[in-house]
Design a protein around this ligand. Structure first.
Ligand code: EPS
Length: 384
């Protein structure tokens, strides 16, 4: 089983992720992790921090001479802001002390108020530092390794933005792994060039108003063999695991597997993917998103994740209450992004990669990469 755990706060010295359960012999380099992190920093509408944040990567353990050892893999993602200035050193110091500027006006839509009440904090920073989407940098570092593992099994994952604010991509053609380069060069990671221009205009307009935008990303996995996941228990159903993984991304409020919402309005005769035989089982369509009964069915696995507009606004207008005075006020202003939807797609790839890598390891097992691949090959051959 593949497990991972992240630690670290948004404006601290850095983030750490430990990944456990990888087989020995998987080639991994700092560059592999750095290039995924660079993809996550892309995207029109990101705030000033993304222009200087460099995500300094160190492989702390689990890799020797460019290959995994089968031991826990630990990756540090340093915050370059911590190194280039002392702005956060006192505010985020682990040494005993107190802040001179507690944040007492929780932002509606953020974790601030519920977290302050739950943990007994009187400074919203004690909550927001960990709730911040900065944590996704550590996840993406783990996801980079999961993608390397999946690559060895012939599985590749990509994502694209299908809606940003009110602008939706009109094209119904789903991109393939060959299209990823083109998607990554789009400033909003959109596959539909007409929608791309309108999305950028929408971001410019929201930025002018000091407002924020949400949107929807689609994430697809190609080359997934039939039979990952299981129908036998609720917590082994792969669609359920994917839904949790995608929903756990900061600010995501809805997840759809395949055409889940659309098929709810159809008749059963038009809501499923007919099966044919052409030297192998083939489907007329893939409304199910490659998942039936909680198992992969050999088709492309695909899902969508919807992100709400970020709760931090550059022009604070949302009413809140000062937790000390109980006076009504507007939530505080922080340096922020107008939208992080393009980056969310890269994080969605990461979460899908980690779930699929975990299930591939569960099904095929093995302590080394050659053993894993051998087991996978034997299974695929047995399918005929
Ligand atoms: C975030 C606010 C912004 C984002 C940050 C998430 O950071 P700051 O307040 O320091 O400008 O840039 O995201 C990242 C740093 C990142 O790497 O994704 C928030 O409030 O969640």
């Amino acid at each position: 089983m593949l497990r991972f755990l992240t630690a670290g706060e948004s404006h601290g010295k850095g983030l750490v992720v430990i990944i456990e359960g990888l087989p020995a012999g998987l080639p991994v380099t700092v560059g592999d992790v750095q290039s995924e992190l660079a993809r996550r920093r892309l995207g029109y509408g990101r705030g000033p921090r993304m222009r200087f944040e460099e995500d300094e990567v160190t492989l702390l353990g689990g890799v020797r001479h460019g290959r995994t050892l089968g031991s826990p893999l630990a990756i540090e993602v340093g915050n370059s802001e911590w190194v280039r200035s002392d702005k956060w050193h006192e505010e985020m110091s682990p040494a005993p002390g107190a802040t001179k500027a507690p944040l007492t006006e929780p932002r509606p839509g953020h974790a601030d108020l519920a977290g302050m009440q739950k943990y007994g904090f009187d400074d919203a920073r004690d909550v927001l530092e960990r709730a911040s989407a900065r944590e996704t940098a550590a996840r993406v570092a783990a996801g980079a390794v999961a993608k390397l593992l999946l690559g060895q099994l012939g599985i590749s994952i990509l994502s694209h933005v299908v809606q940003l604010g009110p602008v939706t991509a009109k094209s119904t053609v789903q991109p393939t792994p060959d299209d990823l380069g083109r998607i990554d060069t789009s400033e909003v990671r959109c596959f539909d060039p007409d929608a791309e221009a309108a999305m950028i205009e929408e971001i410019k307009a929201a930025a002018k108003d000091g407002d924020s935008l949400g949107g929807i990303c689609e994430v697809l996995a190609y080359g997934v063999p039939v039979g990952l996941g299981s129908h036998v228990h609720w917590d082994r159903k792969l669609d359920a695991m994917l839904a949790q993984a995608l929903m756990s991304i900061q600010a995501v409020k809805a997840v759809e597997i395949g055409e889940g919402f659309d098929v709810a309005g159809r008749r059963g005769s038009a809501a499923h993917d007919p099966i044919h035989w052409d030297d192998a089982y083939v489907r007329e369509s893939n409304l199910a998103g490659g998942l039936e009964g909680g198992m992969t069915n050999g088709e492309v696995v695909w899902a969508r994740a919807a992100m709400k507009p970020l709760a931090t606004l550059n022009r604070p207008v949302l009413t809140t209450v000062d937790v000390v005075t109980k006076e009504e006020t507007v939530s505080f202003k922080e340096r922020t992004d107008v939208t992080a939807v393009p980056a969310m797609g890269v994080v969605a790839e990461t979460m899908m990669a980690l779930v699929l890598a975990g299930e591939a390891l569960r099904k095929f097992g093995g302590d080394s990469l050659p053993e894993l691949v051998r087991n996978r090959d034997g299974y695929v051959q047995s399918l005929g």
